[in-house]
Design a protein around this ligand. Sequence first.
Ligand code: SAM
Length: 200
Amino acid sequence: MLDKIYVALIHYPVYTKFGDIKTTAITNLDVHDIGRTCRTYNIKKYFVVNNLLSQRSIVNAVLNYWKVGKGGYLNPSRKEALKYVFLKKYYEDVLEDIKDSEGTYPIVATTSAKKWDKKRNYSYKEMAKYVETESKPILILFGTGYGLAEEIIESSHILIEPIRGFGDYNHLSVRAAAAISLDRIIGEKVMKGGNYASHN
Ligand code: SAM
């Protein structure tokens, strides 16, 4: 359902440029920009997932500044966006959070710039239909670094096809990928006057 869509930005397990699996550092822009995109499409919660305490404390300070501090007073629309941003240590904590609020675990959809042969790719058209008809909550995962680790992709219910531009260059930022993905999956409905999801 459109009012049960969640997004998570995963910093572990993701690939490094050497192909090993590490935890990446949080980019402050990813918190703000994807937070604003998620609020624009009425995503229920946007989880920033990082298992490093040092990283989480930096982001906590940023979120507090905007959620309860001076930033929110000076820029209420930014406060409104970051109100739905939540920090979690592990991906599993996100699943538990959603189960606690929805009474069931979510359908997990992953994204990647690459095609994964072992998994059927859902087109954006299929995803746009799916979110309208699926009654369970849906969690869309975006990665960092050089992409989500195979274990996350393989364990997901759905892998959404890579966004393709025109030509062979394919190095979108995760911020751009999240915005394009959400617009392709949800934007159409809002423009066609379909179901409006609402934050209750
Ligand atoms: N080479 C990496 C990969 O294959 O996903 C790109 C990493 S990119 C910096 C980080 C994240 O942005 C990816 O994990 C994915 O969630 C998203 N992303 C980047 N390009 C994408 C694309 N063309 N299609 C779908 N998602 C993309």
